[in-house]
Design a protein around this ligand. Structure first.
Ligand code: NAD
Length: 288
């Protein structure tokens, strides 16, 4: 399969390239060249340049879309919105006009409003699954939400097969200090993203599975929550929920999920397990 990976020179992109490069004809699209894999074809492109994107993004079977500003902490909100929303729009237009059949979008659990957030809402229920309403309200979470909505609507209108992988905080080397601190102290007050996390190898696994996944729904669009199997807390998940919402914890939607694994992630990966065949291979107990 001819696969274009936007953001393939980035920290997660590197793992996705590694996972796919021996089985597929991979090309990387990015602003900067990759630091590894010099043998992989590289398209130096800015996704904000609509004309260039339209003329160069063609002839692929699938586009994996990871190029983005990956959090709102270092850039003004309007820049995050511009790169992540307009960049995704330009890419989807090239996909549509150049008849590329499938896109796999790099979404985020932040699109739900319970990852990176300013306002702490109470979920309607836990664990949060793909059916839970989304409440994004700051630049990054909004940009990921709109990105997914654009993929869904291009799928509905033009029949493009679209899969949105809503993965959570990826444990990358650039966050080594914070991760080592968590592993040492097990900080129960870590409210953001409900203490969910994932190793990059497991994100790459989800992309590999999404490439061959047979979409049997109409329109051909599906989203999947993708996290490690557990949280990074020592306490079990029901206790974590009581800790986060001491007054009145949200109802538990999927009781069996926490019976099977008392430490299960508060983002429900059941659909990814059942439909994609996703099974996280790494967790914090194996060290960073
Ligand atoms: N890191 C996480 O914890 C996390 C969690 C959930 C989702 N994501 C998503 O995963 C994707 C990759 O994140 P990452 O952590 O590897 O980030 P990263 O910054 O390491 O990689 C992003 C890549 O996109 C490229 N890029 C940025 N703007 C571009 C543009 N205008 N045109 C072309 N290329 C451009 C950058 O050069 C970079 O190589 C992002 O879409 C991010 O939102 C990340």
């Amino acid at each position: 399969m001819k696969v274009l990976i936007t953001g393939g020179s980035g920290d997660i992109g590197e793992y996705v390239v590694k996972e796919l490069k021996d089985k597929h004809q991979v090309t990387i699209l990015d602003l900067k060249p990759p630091s590894k894999y010099p043998e992989i074809p590289f398209l130096k492109l800015n996704l904000l340049d609509a004309e260039e994107v339209l003329s160069k993004v063609k002839g692929f079977d699938t586009v994996i879309h990871l190029a983005a500003i990956p959090h709102p902490f270092d850039d003004p909100g309007d820049k995050v919105m511009q790169v992540n929303v307009i960049g995704t729009y330009n890419l989807l237009e090239a996909i549509r006009r150049n008849k590329i059949p499938r896109v796999v979008f790099g979404c985020s659990e932040s699109a739900s409003g319970f990852g990176i957030h300013n306002v702490s809402y109470k979920p309607k229920y836990l664990p949060i699954d793909e059916e839970h309403p989304s409440y994004p309200h700051e630049s990054y979470s909004l940009s990921k939400y709109f990105g997914e909505v654009m993929c869904q609507e291009y799928s509905r209108a033009y029949g493009i097969e679209a899969i949105s992988l809503r993965f959570c905080w990826v444990w990358l080397k650039r966050d080594k200090k914070a991760i080592e601190n968590i592993l040492k102290n097990k900080n129960v007050d870590a409210k953001n993203w409900f203490s969910s996390y994932i190793f990059p190898e497991d994100v790459a696994q989800a992309y590999r599975l999404a490439l061959n996944y047979s979409l049997d729904v109409s329109p051909p669009f599906e989203s999947f929550c993708i996290t490690a199997a557990d949280t990074f807390q020592k306490i079990d998940s029901l206790e974590l929920i009581r800790h986060l919402y001491p007054e009145s914890p949200p109802p538990i939607k999927n009781k069996e999920y926490f019976q099977k694994n008392p430490y299960a992630s508060l983002f429900d990966i059941t659909k990814a397990r059942e439909k994609l065949g996703f099974e996280p291979k790494r967790n914090w107990e194996g060290g960073f």
